[in-house]
Write a protein that binds this ligand. Structure first.
Ligand code: HEC
Length: 119
């Protein structure tokens, strides 16, 4: 009986989560996937695998903006596709440029749509 009481709310929660994932705009869902795969290894939130406090992109941007903007791209709302495209296609600092063969313009637009979602 005790277990049932715990299991029920959990499964209700899981159901809600899967319904809202299905409702997600397909472009946003694609952007999330590409971001997780290609950008989050450097721009994600949380500590690095090597025990460093932040991942390299998040650390560099935290230092660059010194509190005026968040270091994590997922917390930014000021990177529409044309701006994102400039950084990503040209590269910036320690970040190498991404060619269209590895990241399409549609992928960049999808990442921008994902980043524009409320945090
Ligand atoms: C190998 C690590 C690495 C990867 C992978 C990477 N970045 Fe970066 N990125 C950085 C670093 C480091 C900086 C900071 C460069 C600087 O200003 O010195 C940066 C800077 C940026 C900036 C500039 C933001 C600003 O306000 O100055 C944008 C935008 C950006 N990255 C987007 C992306 C996107 C989108 C992806 C995935 C497609 C990506 N990055 C993948 C390391 C990475």
């Amino acid at each position: 009986m005790k277990y049932l009481a715990i299991a029920l709310p959990l499964s209700a929660l899981a159901l809600t989560a899967s319904v809202s994932a299905q409702d997600e705009d397909p472009q946003v869902a694609h952007g999330r996937q590409v971001f997780e795969h290609m950008c989050a290894p450097c721009h994600g939130q949380g500590p690095g695998d090597d025990g460093s406090e932040m991942l390299p992109g998040t650390a560099a941007l935290t230092e660059k903006y010194a509190g005026s903007r968040p270091g994590a791209l997922e917390l930014r709302n000021d990177l529409p596709a044309p701006v994102l495209s400039l950084f990503v296609r040209r590269g910036v600092g320690a970040m190498s440029p991404f060619r269209a063969s590895e990241l399409s313009d549609e992928d960049i637009a999808a990442i921008a749509a994902y980043l524009a979602e409320p945090d």
